[in-house]
Design a protein around this ligand. Structure first.
Ligand SMILES: [Zn+2]
Length: 130
């Protein structure tokens, strides 16, 4: 598992790399050097679950002014979903959402995917297809 990359492929599909506190077991994303709960510096990388539920979401209806959500060209901008995904363990991750916003619903099951935007690999969550 890489120490820097937030996305890990060692188990097959993409997984986010978060951090787990060695003192109090707090799980965080992104990983920090110190635990946000108890300030211990014993945080080590840990793989987060690849599936979770959509906790809340909104539609980004105009080109964002800054990375990581920058549009390639404002003329080509297409509104997209942004939301918080609750992963098992009560950790919430802010993420871009892939898919038609008309299909999004609070509580729906979503899974981690990766997308390429302006040459960068970004993570996103997409509705689980059944
Ligand atoms: Zn802690």
């Amino acid at each position: 598992m890489s120490d820097e990359a937030p996305i890990d492929y060692s188990t097959g599909g993409p997984r986010l790399v978060g951090g787990r506190c060695g003192d109090c077991d707090e799980v965080m994303f992104p990983r920090r050097d110190r635990c946000p709960r108890c300030a211990a510096s014993t945080v080590t990388p840990c793989l987060l679950p690849s599936r979770g539920t959509l906790w809340t979401w909104t539609v980004q209806g105009f080109p964002p002014p800054s990375p990581p959500y920058m549009a390639v060209d404002p003329e080509d901008f297409v509104p997209f979903g942004v939301g918080y995904v609750e992963l098992p363990g009560a950790l919430r991750v802010e993420s871009r959402l892939v898919g038609d916003p008309r299909e999004f619903a609070i509580g729906m099951e979503v899974e981690l995917v990766t997308i390429e935007l302006a040459g960068d690999e970004l993570f996103a969550f997409a509705p689980v297809r059944r």
